[in-house]
Design a binder for this molecule. Structure first.
Ligand SMILES: Cc1cc2nc3c(=O)[nH]c(=O)nc-3n(C[C@H](O)[C@H](O)[C@H](O)COP(=O)(O)OP(=O)(O)OC[C@H]3O[C@@H](n4cnc5c(N)ncnc54)[C@H](O)[C@@H]3O)c2cc1C
Length: 449
C-alpha cells in the first residue's frame, strides 16, 4: 500500500465509471513510481483499467531540442514498460490544462492522479485542470523520499534546520517499492504512439544540439546508477569537488526527468560496500540538499526572483547596487564563453557542449555572473536563462535554488562584506585553484571543443 501521507486530494468529486487516469508529468518512469502505484491501487479497488496520460507541450520554459529529445526517448521506454503491464499509455500534443480535462471527459474517467512538482507552471496547470474536471483529483509526491509537505510545513531556513526533520522521517518513508502489477483490466488497444508526428508538433529551438555522451531512459539510468555505485561512490567525498576529475554520479538528468527515482538511488546506495563517509556525503546531496530545493520552491513562490531572497541578503545586495563593476558583460559574451576568465569560460563551454556543468563550477559560475552584470536581478535572469537553455537537468527546483544560493544567499549565511556581493559568500579563481587543478579542468573542457 502506498503511504497515504504521500497523496493530497486536490479536488473531491464524483467518480466516473471509466478508467483511472494517471497524468504523468514530473516522474516519467514505470518503475519505482509512487504516483503510478497509487493510481493502480485505486484502479484495482474499482476494478477498472488504468490509463497513463502524458501531455507533450509544444514549448516549455525555454527548453530546447536537447532536453525535449532526452525526454522523448525516455517516454518511448515508458510506453514499452507499461504495455508489458497491460497499462495503456497515451501521449497527446498540447498543453495539459486543455488535453487532460478533455481526456477525462472523453474516457468518463473514474478519477485523476498526478505527480507532485513545486514549480509555478505545473501548479497553474493543475489549478486549471482542477477547475475543469468533476472527478476526484489526487497529487502524489513521487519525487521526494519524504513527501515535501510532510518533511516540513514551511520554508526552511537552511540545510541545518531541514536535516533533523528529514532524518526523523526517513525511516518511515525509505521503504522498498512494491512491484507494479500486470493490470488485470484492459483498456481498448490503440495504435502505437506517433512519435514522429509528435516530435514535429514541437515549437522548440533546435540550435542547441542533443548530446551523445549520456543515454536517456530508465534502463540507461539504472546502468548509470550501477556504474556510479561500483566505480565512484567509494571516493565521492574526496573527488566530487575536484572539477578536473569525474567524481560525480551524472544522475541529475535522470532524476530531473523522473527516469530514475531518488528513493531507488538511496536504497541501492545503502547496500553498497563503501566507506560510510562517502555514502553520507552522497546522501546529504541526494536527499537533504535536493529535497531542500523542493521545499524552497514549494513554499516560496518567488523562488526565481530577487523578492524570494532572505531579508539579510536583499538588504546587503541593495546596499551594494551602485558599486563599480570592473567587468560588465553582455549576455552574448557570457553565452559564448568570452570573458577575461578562462576558468569561467571553460565552465560555460562545458555546459554549452556537454549539457552538464560540473557541480562545483556551477557555484563559481553563478557568482561571477553576479559580479559581471549590472544588478542582482540581471544576474538572476542571465543565470536562469543559460542554465535552463543548456543544462540537461535545467528547469529543476535544484537549479532555481542553486542559483538563488549563489546570488541571493538562500540557505546560506552572511559572510564578511565586500564590493558588489555585500555579505553574500564570494568565490574566487584562487579559491578554486586551492580546491582542484584548474589547468587540468580547462584542458579537459578544451578537449571537448
Ligand atoms: C548555480 C547552480 C545551478 C544548478 N543548477 C542545477 C540544475 O539546473 N539542475 C539540477 O539538478 N541541479 C542543479 N544544481 C545542483 C547541483 O550542482 C547538481 O544537482 C549536480 O551538479 C548534478 O550532478 P550529479 O547528478 O552528477 O551530482 P552528484 O554530485 O552525483 O549528486 C547526486 C544528486 O544529488 C543532488 N544534488 C547534488 N548537489 C546538489 C545541490 N547543490 N543542490 C541540490 N541537489 C543536489 C542532485 O539530485 C544530484 O543528481 C545547481 C547548483 C548550482 C550552484
Amino acid at each position: 500500500m502506498v503511504d497515504l501521507r504521500r497523496a493530497r486530494l486536490l479536488k473531491d468529486g464524483i467518480a466516473g465509471p471509466g478508467p483511472v487516469v494517471y497524468w504523468m508529468s514530473r516522474d516519467q518512469r514505470a518503475r519505482d513510481n509512487w504516483a503510478l502505484l497509487f493510481a493502480q491501487e485505486r484502479a484495482l479497488q474499482r476494478k477498472v483499467p488504468l490509463v497513463v496520460a502524458f501531455s507533450l507541450s509544444p514549448s516549455f520554459l525555454g527548453a530546447t531540442i536537447r532536453q525535449y529529445g532526452f525526454m522523448i526517448e525516455g517516454l518511448k521506454e515508458v510506453e514499452e514498460e507499461l504495455a508489458a503491464k497491460n497499462i495503456s499509455f497515451q501521449v497527446m500534443a498540447g498543453n495539459p490544462e486543455k488535453t487532460i480535462p478533455a481526456m477525462i471527459s472523453k474516457l468518463k474517467a473514474g478519477l485523476l492522479v498526478t505527480d507532485f512538482d513545486p514549480l509555478r507552471i505545473k501548479r497553474e496547470w493543475k489549478e486549471k485542470v482542477r477547475e475543469r474536471i468533476s472527478v476526484p483529483f489526487w497529487e502524489v509526491d513521487a519525487h521526494n523520499v519524504v513527501p515535501c509537505w510532510v518533511a516540513s510545513h514551511k520554508q526552511e531556513f537552511s540545510a541545518r534546520t531541514f536535516r533533523p526533520k528529514i532524518d526523523r522521517l526517513l525511516p518511515e518513508f525509505k521503504v522498498e517499492f512494491p512491484v507494479l502489477k500486470k493490470h488485470p483490466f484492459s483498456w481498448e488497444r490503440r495504435a502505437s504512439i506517433p512519435w514522429e508526428r509528435l516530435s514535429k508538433s514541437l515549437r522548440v529551438d533546435k540550435s542547441v544540439s542533443e548530446v551523445k555522451w549520456i543515454k536517456p531512459g530508465e534502463k540507461a539510468a539504472k546502468r548509470a546508477l550501477n556504474s556510479f555505485l561500483e566505480r565512484k561512490l567509494s571516493s565521492y567525498q574526496e573527488v566530487r569537488n575536484r572539477s578536473e576529475l569525474d567524481g560525480q554520479s551524472h544522475l541529475s538528468p535522470y532524476l530531473h526527468f523522473g527516469q530514475l527515482s531518488a528513493q531507488r538511488v538511496v536504497l541501492e546506495a545503502e547496500k553498497a560496500d563503501v566507506p560510510q563517509v562517502d555514502r553520507e556525503a552522497f546522501l546529504e546531496e541526494l536527499i537533504v540538499r535536493r529535497e531542500l530545493s523542493d521545499n524552497y520552491c514549494f513554499y516560496n513562490l518567488y523562488y526565481d526572483h530577487f523578492e524570494g531572497f532572505p531579508d539579510w541578503a536583499k538588504k546587503t545586495l541593495n546596499q551594494h547596487r551602485s558599486d563599480a563593476r570592473e567587468y560588465l558583460y553582455e549576455l552574448e559574451e557570457l553565452e559564448m564563453g568570452r570573458t577575461h576568465d578562462e576558468l569561467w569560460n571553460s565552465a560555460q563551454l562545458e555546459m554549452v557542449i556537454r549539457g552538464k556543468m560540473h557541480g562545483f563550477m556551477r557555484m563559481y559560475w553563478a557568482k561571477k555572473i553576479l559580479e559581471w552584470t549590472p544588478s542582482p536581478e540581471d544576474a538572476l535572469e542571465v543565470a536562469i536563462y543559460l542554465n535552463d537553455r543548456y543544462e540537461l537537468d535545467g528547469r529543476d527546483p535544484n537549479g532555481y535554488t542553486g542559483i538563488a544560493w549563489s546570488i541571493g544567499g538562500v540557505h546560506d549565511r552572511a559572510w564578511g562584506s565586500r564590493p558588489i556581493f555585500g555579505k553574500i559568500r564570494y568565490m574566487s579563481y584562487r579559491g578554486c585553484a586551492r580546491k582542484f587543478n584548474v589547468p587540468s579542468y580547462i584542458e579537459k573542457v578544451r578537449a571537448w571543443l
